[in-house]
Ligand binder design. Structure first.
Ligand code: NAD
Ligand code: TYD
Length: 370
């Protein structure tokens, strides 16, 4: 039985991971630790928190004393670090928060883990760090996909801050013997993704009849993975990965942005065309008036420093851990569109600000301090 400390567990991938772990490891204890920044949403994990083996604490990973106290108090043996500032566009307009949370926060977590787990005789433990393929930089059209030995070449403040955190995790294994693993994953999509990211942004903008902003020529390529497949990969690394090792996790699923936007348009149109109640709920969606969503596509100025192509070589995870993705892209996109159609309250409360008011009323505006 494990006792997990899941940072960033109220965010997109973290929330999916909390559900995944609770379902597949019902005897384990889970402490979700999250600062509830703009990207954190406690309603994403409410069903999991109803279980008495789950606890939620609002706090900042930079608060080393608080983390240290909780690791000891709850006899935690596994940290899974999802907490991060995660949006490239925000890192361009405001990099400070990325340096603080992604670098200093990861460092504070490592120090807390070292002080609790390596004290005296030490105890069995694992520190799993969730990272991104963006640390490897950008690929040309004919380059082989990123492997675990591809040199780091981060291009945005976001990817540079994640790269720095990866190096710290590695150093804590090499120098102090902390039992760490790291996974570098490609772009995720699925339920509970904050509506600033490409796929949920497009679904919601279509429903509201708003433009679909495509950066530059729309030909940038990402390797997309359904979030549940990422959660399964992390589970395999935690349970079977070698201490000190890095594993790339990806979908073997490269798409240009413009093709993705077309696919999302098509899926939303099909759903609306088949449902009078959706037409009533979303009168501004093009399909509700017999038009096509692709009319909303609007090419806009490119993101500064926009990486051209990411692709992951997940052979090491397949060979050592038996990992392979299970959800194909058509099915994953269909499931994702369906989730946003069935959970309008989740994203409407984010858009109209009522969710943030509720958090501040129920959790205060800052969270626990020690
Ligand atoms: P997200 O932005 O949806 O969620 C981040 C969560 O971290 C939020 O709940 C937020 O409240 C919390 N958080 C932020 N700062 C914090 C702090 N100082 N202390 C405690 N909690 C804090 O991000 P995501 O998309 O779920 O990404 C999770 C992790 O996976 C990140 O480390 C990211 O780099 C990595 N990753 C993401 C993707 C992707 O496609 N989304 C791909 C590969 C790797
Ligand atoms: P995003 O979801 O922000 O993930 P990342 O930048 O971490 O890969 O963006 C995915 C791709 O979609 C990326 O190439 C930027 C592009 N994009 C747009 O074209 N328009 C948008 O409105 C957004 C948010 C992203």
């Amino acid at each position: 039985m494990k006792r997990l400390f899941i940072t960033g567990g109220a965010g997109f991938i973290g929330a999916n991971f909390v559900h995944y772990w609770a379902e597949n490891h019902p005897g384990d204890f889970i402490l979700v630790f999250d600062a509830l920044t703009y990207a954190g949403n406690i309603s994403s994990i409410e069903p999991a928190l109803a279980d008495e083996r789950a606890v939620f604490v609002r706090g900042d990973i930079c608060n080393r004393e608080l983390v240290e106290f909780l690791l000891g108090e709850y006899a935690i043996d596994t940290i899974v670090n999802f907490a991060a500032e995660s949006h490239v566009d925000r890192s361009i307009t405001g990099p400070d928060a990325f340096i603080k949370t992604n670098i200093q926060g990861t460092h504070a977590l490592l120090e807390a883990a070292r002080s609790i787990w390596l004290n005296g005789h030490g105890m069995p433990h694992r520190f799993h760090h969730v990272s991104t393929d963006e640390v490897y930089g950008s690929l040309g059209p004919d380059d082989p996909p990123f492997s675990e030995t591809t040199p780091y070449a981060p291009n945005s403040p976001y990817s540079a801050s994640k790269a720095a955190s990866d190096h710290l995790v590695r150093a804590y294994h090499h120098t102090y013997g902390l039992d760490v693993t790291t996974s570098n994953c490609s772009n995720n999509y699925g339920p509970y993704q904050f509506p600033e990211k490409l796929i949920p942004l497009c679904i919601i903008n279509i429903l509201n009849g708003n433009p679909l902003p495509v950066y530059g020529d729309g030909l940038n390529i990402r390797d997309w993975l359904y979030v549940e497949d990422h959660c399964r990969g992390i589970e395999l690394v935690i349970n079977r990965g070698r201490a000190g090792s890095v594993y790339n996790i990806g979908g073997c699923n490269e798409w240009t942005n413009i093709d993705i936007v077309h696919l999302v348009c098509q899926e939303v149109d099909l759903a609306i065309e088949a449902s009078p109640s959706l037409r009533e709920s979303f009168p501004d969606a093009p399909a509700s008036r017999g038009a096509k969503s692709r009319e909303l596509i609007t090419f806009v100025s490119d993101r500064p420093g926009h990486d051209r192509r990411y692709a992951i070589d997940a052979e090491k995870a397949r060979r050592e851990l038996g990992y392979s993705p299970m959800t194909d892209f058509d099915k994953g996109i269909r499931l994702t569109v369906r989730w946003y159609l069935d959970n309008t309250r989740w994203w409407q409360e984010i858009l109209d600000g009522s969710y943030r008011d509720w958090i501040n009323r129920n959790y205060g505006s800052r969270g626990i301090e020690l």
